[in-house]
Design a protein around this ligand. Sequence first.
Ligand SMILES: O=C[C@H](O)[C@H](O)[C@H](O)COP(=O)(O)O
Length: 238
Amino acid sequence: MTTEQDPVKVMKQQVGFAAADRVKSGMIVGLGTGSTTAYTIQALGDRIKSGELKDIKGVPTSFQSEVLAKQYGVPLTTLDEIDKIDVAIDGADEVDPHLNLIKGGGAAHTREKVVDYLATQFIVVVDGSKMVDKLGSTFRVPIEVIPMALTPVMRAIEKLGGKPELRMGVKKAGPVITDQGNMVIDVKFDDIANPGEMEKSLNNIPGVLENGLFVDCTDLVLVGEIKDGKPVVREISK
Ligand SMILES: O=C[C@H](O)[C@H](O)[C@H](O)COP(=O)(O)O
């Protein structure tokens, strides 16, 4: 690693590429969303181009991953055309010691949950900063909400002890709109004592499409770290 390189970018690249190495010819692959899995999709395209990887098909988890797959030459399929996903590779915003996750920093968690939960093996790729002792300590829980239900959903979340905030666009006036045409509420909880219970309670609120807590679904986490100035990949499995 040279001194000019951004260490977080280097770690993301390292794990993104390492995950792509685990894909074998003939596999159906869930293609995650975000800056880390962008490297995975790139590396899959490179392996296909070199002839090393044959007959793979990707299932995108967002418009972003679909565009990247097309750009790098990864053939795509849909859930209507397949009956299994061999491996899904996806990023995360937080990972706890039980390998439970918060996802949805890019507002893609609904499609990601559909694809990641269907996979025979779910691999998470993160840089070291995403590892936390407790979910919710650095990141809020994203919740995708049907627009007409925004106000009652926010009130219901407050009753569960959360502080909800509508996610606004950065280079867009107004709220962030998901790939499904919905809005996202980011919720700060002081204590997520039981992530599994919280995941269910949030999804029970009428108008909530999906929340970003991913519980009991991860098989393997690849963590990018810098050791003695060099990027390394640490593997954590259940
Ligand atoms: O909605 C977005 C996803 O859940 C991402 O996988 C997550 O935000 C991590 O993204 P990144 O790899 O860019 O940190």
